[in-house]
Write a protein that binds this ligand. Structure first.
Ligand code: ADP
Ligand code: MG
Length: 715
């Protein structure tokens, strides 16, 4: 006989709901902490027995609860923080669903003692199963201070299965301390304490109100962390809804092999955010020695409309709009930060910038930079004479990107339409070689901090998509060797310069010279050479993971080369017969089309001995190769690349690929080039370029501000 469907009793429903929110004592504590912070407390004291299972008490000096609200305090969906659905969108306090106290009262004995500033005494009431024990008349006036004492006793006394599933009191206590620790790092204008009373009392955290973040971190994680701590803000990205991003993270010298869970707060709520964690670990993997682990504290404020906190009942996992873009942006900023540290450390050991050539060097005689332009850029608002005097003029540096630059009045370039871009894979940070390490880093941390038996991805509630593009791992020794070779050629001084430069403008399009400012100096830079190195590095870093450019019309290779190279008197080429050209095309392109496709996204359409080019790699999203060099690119590959040796062959192709992307020289001002340099390429160079020593000759200091000011003083 089949049994009939019956509704579950209210009590069971409530217990199930409670179990989803209150997974263990530390979840209960987190909710209570958040309530206390919402209540404006400046001191919060936590006391536990048996890991919070026997007793969990939290005392705050917040606003207290109105006596009249006490009867409904523990009913589900009662809250003082949310009146309408619309409020959900703009709510900024921690909790907002009115479920925490209700849930706790279904799985524990709850006693509340509370006093508002207006009352003369405190009131005390006990709750069970969502209801006030003993009815309204049981609310008892007692002596008490302003604020609230929440006492949770015998947690899960009525859910024996949950009780069994929990670990020992010691483990639960460790989780509690962990939660209080993290909130104490985040909220600096509240004093916190946390203690246990099992046998004798033991205090595990004691920070006073107003103690700064660094000191709190030292208190909890030790001075090894704070000695290597960097505190900084990442600039907001309001267009994507990132309003604020505060960081306190360890530098690349932090010598630590223990894994420390990253501390993430999103909109002031302690959360886990696996995609962010993965991305940050990937950045660190490139800087830390194998097996070393960073400490990370990050607090993001996301536009509240963009936040979805309801993906997880305990609100520990959140989702937000533009997550990919924001995470990518944060990783890039972090990468830049770590890269600058890495080089500045080496920078200290040497004194001067290497590439100082005297002015008027034969290659670069008469730089076409107009000195007075510098003057224009130094000051924004006219100031009174007195104020002017206070400024140390020789130290004024134009670093504000909003200030005028050479050529900045030009129109923006029109988009180039010869090709259609199909796939756009952003160039990634150079993390491939470390992917195993990242996995290790993540694996390490699996056992910690989670009550769920199964990982979140498999419980159907949350989708933990990987937000980084899946990459084909590169196992070729030759590529690894080439990457290593780039790193070994690094010039820390130049890398610092490029990492912190301000793009001033193009000085000469025909010789490909531009001006960069770094510190108080102005440099004339051969952007042809620099971009040649830069595109080579991108090509190498993203090897076999490029995006794809599909040509709207396949280009017949033989015709292209004949037309543009062989019949072009401008090139002095050794004469190739038609047959020879044909053979080279079949041998080096068609016969190897698998390689071209797999490694370079270069594909051909082959029919009756004719090969046409169909697709090309996309190295930088939004930037196309210099099509006028396409014929030369293929020609050089056919005759100039050594295919007998893997490393030489790949290096040769990567070089040609890079040259293909360097903007062509142009006799006059070229707006497209300017826009690409200023808005796309140099910003990328600033973020991720490893400047190599060979570029020393391509960067010349042409002026420094102190020097210029001295000259002006004499006038
Ligand atoms: P929520 O925080 O989502 O509103 P809770 O169940 O956590 O729901 O709390 C219910 C209500 O009880 C809160 O809205 C708040 O008005 C009140 N409250 C809870 N804890 C405190 C506290 N420590 N101090 C003052 N008011 C509190
Ligand atoms: Mg709450």
């Amino acid at each position: 006989m089949s049994s009939r469907i019956k509704p579950l009793s209210k009590d069971v429903v409530n217990k199930i709901a409670a179990g989803e929110i209150i997974l263990g004592p530390s979840n209960a504590l987190k909710e209570l902490l958040e309530n206390s912070v919402d209540a404006g407390a400046t001191q919060i004291d936590v006391l536990t027995k048996n890991g919070g299972l026997k007793l969990l008490q939290i005392v705050d000096n917040g606003c207290g609860i109105n006596k009249d609200d006490m009867p409904i305090l523990c009913e589900r969906f009662t809250t003082s923080k949310l009146q309408q659905f619309e409020d959900l969108k703009s709510i900024t306090t921690f909790g907002f669903r009115g479920e925490a106290l209700a849930s706790i009262s279904h799985v524990a004995r709850l006693t509340v003692t509370t006093k508002t500033r207006e009352e003369n005494c405190a009131y005390k009431a006990s709750y069970l199963g969502g209801e006030l024990l003993g009815g309204n008349s049981s609310i008892e006036p007692v002596a008490g201070k302003d604020g609230t004492v929440l006492l949770v006793e015998d947690l899960f006394y009525n859910v024996p299965s949950r009780l069994k599933a929990l670990k020992s009191g010691n483990d639960e206590y460790a989780r509690i301390v962990d939660v209080v620790n993290k909130y104490s790092i985040h909220i600096n204008n509240v004093g916190f304490s946390c203690q246990r009373q099992d046998g004798k009392a033991q205090v595990d955290l004691m920070v006073r109100n107003g103690m700064n973040r660094k000191d709190r971190i030292r208190n909890i994680y030790g001075s090894e962390v704070t000695n290597n701590l960097l505190e900084f803000d990442i600039e907001s990205l309001e267009g994507y809804g990132l309003i604020k991003c505060e960081c306190a993270i360890t530098n690349t010298d932090f010598d630590n092999k223990k894994s420390i869970q990253p501390v993430f707060f999103i909109n002031n709520r302690l959360v886990v955010c696996d995609p962010l964690k993965r991305a940050i670990m990937a950045v660190y993997a490139a800087y830390l020695p194998k097996g070393h682990r960073p400490f990370i504290y990050m607090s993001l404020i996301i536009k509240s409309d963009n936040l979805d906190v309801n993906v997880h009942p305990t609100k520990r996992e959140v989702r937000f709009l533009n997550e990919d873009e924001i995470i990518e942006y944060i990783s890039e900023e972090l990468d830049t930060k770590l890269a600058s540290l890495d080089t500045s450390r080496k920078f200290m050991t040497r004194q001067v910038l290497a590439p100082k050539k005297p002015l008027g060097d034969e290659d670069f005689a008469e730089p076409q930079i107009k000195k007075p332009k510098l003057n224009v850029s130094v000051q924004t608002k006219p100031k009174s004479l007195d104020q002017m005097k206070k400024l140390y003029e020789h130290q004024m540096v134009r670093t504000d990107f909003k200030q005028p630059k050479l050529d900045s009045f030009l129109m923006k370039a029109q988009p180039y339409t010869q090709a259609k871009i199909l796939t756009q894979l952003q160039p990634q940070t150079q993390t491939q070689g470390h992917s195993n390490e990242i996995l290790e880093m993540l694996d390490d941390e699996k056992e910690e901090g989670d009550y769920e038996q199964s990982p979140p991805s498999s419980n159907g509630i949350i989708s933990t998509e990987t937000h980084m593009v899946e990459r084909t791992p590169v196992d070729l020794a030759s590529i690894k060797q080439l990457r290593y070779e780039v790193e070994s050629r690094i010039s820390p001084e130049l890398t610092e310069l490029f990492g912190k430069h301000t793009f001033v403008g193009v000085a000469d399009y025909s010789r490909r010279l531009c001006c960069l400012q770094y510190d108080v100096n102005l440099y004339l830079v051969d952007y042809g050479s620099v971009l040649n190195e830069f595109f080579y590095q991108i090509a190498l870093a993203d090897f076999s993971n490029y995006g794809k450019i599909e040509l709207t019309k396949a280009v017949n290779i033989k015709d292209l080369i004949k037309e543009q190279i062989l019949n072009n008197t401008q090139f002095e080429t050794s004469p190739l017969t038609d047959d020879e050209l044909q053979d080279l095309i079949s041998e080096k392109l068609v016969d190897m089309s698998d390689m071209w496709q797999e490694y370079f996204n270069i594909t051909f359409e082959v029919s009756e001995n004719e090969a046409s080019l169909k697709t090309m790699p996309l190295l930088v999203s939004g930037y196309l190769p210099c099509w006028s060099k396409l014929a030369l690119f293929i020609y050089k590959i056919l005759i100039g690349v050594d295919f007998s040796d893997e490393q030489k062959c790949l290096a040769g192709i990567l070089r040609q690929l890079s040259l293909l992307h360097v903007p062509a020289m142009s006799p006059e001002r070229n707006e497209e080039t300017l826009s690409n340099l200023e808005n796309l390429l140099f910003p990328l160079i600033k973020k991720k370029f490893i400047a190599t020593a060979n570029l020393a000759a391509d960067v010349i200091e042409i002026a420094n501000l102190p020097g210029l000011y001295k000259v002006f003083e004499r006038c």
